[in-house]
Design a binder for this molecule. Structure first.
Ligand code: SF4
Length: 891
């Protein structure tokens, strides 16, 4: 039986005499899953004792109260009326099984735990071995899929064109080197050991809920893991850490009922070596047998990582037998230890950072790791929630019917399926998700990108899969990039910049601009001047509709005119493309847009950086661009991390975490942040320091370094009044008399045909209808009627938008009308002539979504001419803020 529960107490390791001789054991008490947290210890079933024998005492040594413990194949026995458990020969002991450790992390941990930590901090930089390794892996996958070798090499090297160009490599020399590596793969494939029945799979996404491991095996042959290494190995056996990697995949396969007892490592560089220059075993393929002892070792190593992550501790290197003198990370290791004042087996160099910077590092490190843990919670839901629960939670789309597949460029696949209902989910076009045959964990699943998400679903994936279900698959990339950004800011950051970030010096300004940039709006003009004059940082506070995007474009032009190279960034692709549109409208298009084909808007595709092609050409296009535009997530990519700029301008900065903002501003000498901390805050799962943006912190610390755009061009006076008073101290005003006085009649609508209660530009309609979960069907009916009323009066349906707080209510309303219905988050940054807001609540107003009033500020400031609030008046009146809103709406 499998035994699982929360650890309550951990006993010391001790030795006992048994019929097999002296053996060590440690006892752990756990509260089994399903037992109430408040259950009394006196209650016999509240806790159970489990004895961990032999080497599993090592895991007991790492265990702490509060951790989750799983013992597989535990033996049950009864002693003096008490049920006790112990490990059996078949058992594995897993700490924190819900924390999915990546197989490659287990590998680097085995080399040295500190190496695992350093990799986490600094990410993988752009270097030739990494790029070449990726190309060889892709060629490997292509060969397994039966592609022609030369075609594959040509295409894969071309795909890496930009990265190779930035590294100064020539395509022909790389093709040659890859071809020599590929000889190992070809030779091995031609060994004749394969038959038609051999099941080949390349890049197999594997998740093990039991062992808490995830990863992508390079290939599986007859169910056995095959790993490709682009280095050389002249010994007969695979390297130990490589064996560990293959064994970790074997463990995951075992959970799927495919016991793998052999692993293969393919060292492709071996075929590039000359026998007369090297001695040893030049054969590239090295097999090894995978026994239970090795699998247990992998689990124990994996447990060490889970235990370290549980209490956020930092490895020193002493935990392992690693030899620092042979370690290629030694310099980095010593510098990081020295700067952060950490203990390290290799020792320290350099003096420690000031204490406040180290505190900041520790605080953010912890916050980011908490966020990572929340991401892992999302993984857990993949197998803990039933399919129906996931669908109800908007985490999965079920019931898809496969409707065809075709091979597309790069040996990839386009997969089609039809939706059998109108269910909604968090998934959006362009997202990466997990497509599966219906079972995302135990069945066949592949990571894919969503191309279309209508009645027909279209996704692209490396491997064909019968698409019956799509699941949200959280990515750790953004968490990892946050950590790298904090590392870069503190350990590689300029001292002047850090003085400003740490409150040691006010941002400085030099009077460079006496000219007028924008002659019809003083605050916009001030904002451009502030940005141009900034020696360190400038902050532009842009409430709704204040021409933020126009001002950004003007700032960029002014900076470029002064000879600066500018990184133009934002949280979302939409904001980046909007800024580019404004720049082009102002006659400027010397821009390179970094982004994926899916992410970049259609009309900006021609600006998109070509990452595939002749290396020199690709690199020259990027290096020569005076303006490079990318989301902040892309700023943490290997390619953009290698670029440097004079100024980084970041839009939507109030929606970014501090590390998210650092990812962009690390790349430049100076920065300009644009945002509005009275609208949506950063989107994070954990509740910690990441919830506050750098923009908000700096606006409060350095009011003199900020300008608020105070004229808005969107809303009528009546609509903007509440937002202005509640969020902007009454400073927000309509830019012109026309803006202030705008009405539906300006669109040619005869307002007299509207019912009396809709004559005012702001109206409240009491839905007087009960909330059902996160929906309010009665309110949805009322909203649909109101939409019809506006359409009947002549308003174009495209000019009407409906905002609801929950996706379930969005779906409820969408079933009743064809106009745009979405959540506040999806509406930020856009506007409509007529906006209807559904509040859903009845009885009392409660729930976190209503507590953050900034969300309401966004909802109420999307409308230009008519705003209709639909809700339960009694519920809204139960909260002072909403009561004031009600009073304004009913005025
Ligand atoms: S230098 Fe030593 S402690 Fe540091 S990562 Fe290398 S082996 Fe580990």
């Amino acid at each position: 039986m499998n035994l699982r529960g929360r650890i309550v107490e951990v006993g010391d390791e001790r030795e006992v005499e048994t019929q097999y001789g002296t053996r060590s054991l440690a006892e752990v008490s756990i509260r089994p899953d399903g037992v109430d947290d408040d259950a009394d210890a006196a209650d016999g079933d509240a806790y159970v004792r489990v004895t961990l024998w032999g080497k599993w005492t090592h895991t007991a040594d790492l265990a702490e109260p509060g951790m989750d413990l799983l013992v597989t194949d535990a033996e049950e026995s009864e002693y003096r009326g008490e049920k006790t458990y112990s490990t059996s020969k078949e058992s594995y002991v897993v700490l924190e099984p819900d924390f999915l450790v990546d197989v490659t992390d287990v590998r680097s941990w085995v080399q040295c735990p500190r190496m695992y930590y350093l990799n986490k901090l600094s990410g993988i930089p752009l270097n030739y071995p990494v790029v070449k390794g990726t190309v060889v892996h892709e060629v490997f996958g292509d060969l397994l899929r039966g592609r022609d070798l030369d075609d594959s090499i040509d295409e894969r090297v071309a795909e890496a064109g930009l990265q190779l160009g930035l590294l100064g490599y020539d395509a022909a020399e790389v093709r040659d080197e890859v071809r020599r590596n590929a000889a190992a793969i070809e030779g091995w494939l031609a060994q004749g050991t394969l038959t038609e029945e051999d099941a080949w799979r390349s890049e197999y996404t594997l998740i093990s809920p039991t062992f808490g491991i995830k990863g992508r095996a390079d290939a599986l042959r007859r169910g056995m893991p095959v790993e490709l290494k682009t280095g050389k190995n002249l010994r007969r056996d695979p390297r130990f850490q490589d064996k560990i990697q293959a064994a970790a995949y074997a463990l995951v396969l075992a959970e799927r009922g495919v016991p793998a007892d052999t692993g293969t490592l393919l060292y492709t560089k071996n075929t590039t070596l000359e026998r007369n220059e090297e001695s040893g075993d030049l054969s590239p393929a090295k097999e090894f047998s995978i026994g239970k002892g090795l699998l247990e070792f992998v689990v124990r190593k994996r447990n060490e990582i889970a235990a370290m992550e549980f209490d956020f501790s930092v490895p020193t290197g002493f935990e392992a037998d690693a030899k620092c003198e042979y370690c290629f990370e030694k310099d980095t290791c010593m510098v990081v230890s020295g700067r952060l004042n950490q203990e390290s087996k290799a020792g320290q160099i350099g003096s420690p950072l000031p204490e406040d910077e180290r505190d900041y590092f520790d605080r953010l490190y912890r916050a980011i790791e908490e966020e990572r843990r929340e991401t892992h919670e999302e993984y857990r839901k993949l197998w803990e929630q039933s399919a129906e629960e996931r669908a109800a939670d908007d985490r999965a789309i079920l019931g898809l019917e496969p409707a065809g597949r075709r091979e597309i460029e790069g040996g990839r696949w386009e997969l089609r399926a039809t939706k059998t209902d109108d269910a909604v989910s968090k998934l959006r076009e362009g997202d990466i998700c997990l497509a599966s045959d219906g079972d995302p964990v135990g069945g066949h699943a592949e990571l894919c990108r969503i191309r279309e998400l209508g009645d027909e679903v279209v996704v692209t994936a490396d491997e064909p899969v019968s698409v019956r279900r799509l699941d949200v698959y959280p990515s750790e990339i953004s968490v990892s990039r946050m950590l790298t950004a904090v590392h870069d800011a503190l350990l590689k950051g300029d001292e002047r910049r850090k003085d400003v970030l740490f409150g040691r010096r006010e941002p400085a300004f030099t009077d460079r601009s006496s000219r007028t940039y924008i002659d019809n709006n003083d605050s916009q003009d001030d904002a451009v001047r502030l940005a141009v004059d900034a020696d360190d940082a400038a902050l532009v506070h842009g409430p709704p509709g204040t021409g933020k995007t126009y001002t950004i474009a003007r700032i960029v032009r002014a900076l470029v005119a002064d000879g600066n190279r500018v990184l133009l960034s934002a949280f979302t692709n939409r904001a980046v493309d909007n800024a580019l549109e404004a720049l082009r409208d102002q006659g400027f298009d010397s821009i390179v847009r970094v982004g994926t084909e899916n992410g970049v808007r259609e009309d900006m595709q021609e600006l998109r950086l070509e990452t595939a092609g002749e290396p020199n050409d690709c690199a020259a296009e990027l290096n020569g661009a005076p303006v490079v535009a990318a989301t902040t997530a892309s700023c943490g990519s290997r390619v953009v991390r290698e670029q440097s700029f004079d100024v980084a301008l970041v839009d939507e900065a109030s929606q970014l975490t501090e590390p998210g903002t650092l990812a962009a501003i690390n790349r430049a000498d100076r920065f300009v942040l644009v945002g509005d901390h009275e609208q949506l805050p950063p989107v994070v799962r954990a509740e910690n320091d990441l919830q506050r943006s750098l923009f908000e912190r700096l606006v409060e610390e350095y009011p003199d370094a900020s300008v608020m755009l105070d004229r808005q061009y969107r809303m009528s006076q009546r609509i903007q009044a509440f937002s202005s008073a509640e969020f902007y101290d009454g400073a927000l005003r309509p830019a012109t008399g026309e803006v202030a006085a705008q009405r539906l009649s300006d669109l040619g609508i005869d307002e007299s045909v509207l019912p009396d209660d809709l004559h005012d530009p702001v109206a409240f309609v009491d839905s007087d209808s009960p909330r059902v979960g996160n929906t309010n069907p009665g309110e949805a009916d009322r909203i649909a009627e109101l939409v019809e009323t506006y359409v009947a009066a002549g308003v174009d349906p495209d000019d009407i938008g409906v905002i609801a707080p929950f996706r379930a209510q969005v779906a409820e309303i969408s079933r009743r009308t064809d106009v745009t219905v979405d959540t506040v988050d999806r509406f930020q940054g856009s506007s409509k002539e007529v906006i209807l807001v559904s509040f859903v609540v009845s009885g009392r107003i409660d729930g976190p979504i209503f507590e953050d009033h900034r969300r309401i500020n966004v909802a109420l400031t999307r409308a230009k001419k008519s705003l209709v609030l639909v809700g339960d008046a009694d519920a809204l009146a139960s909260d002072p803020f909403y009561a004031r809103m009600l009073e304004w709406a009913r005025r």
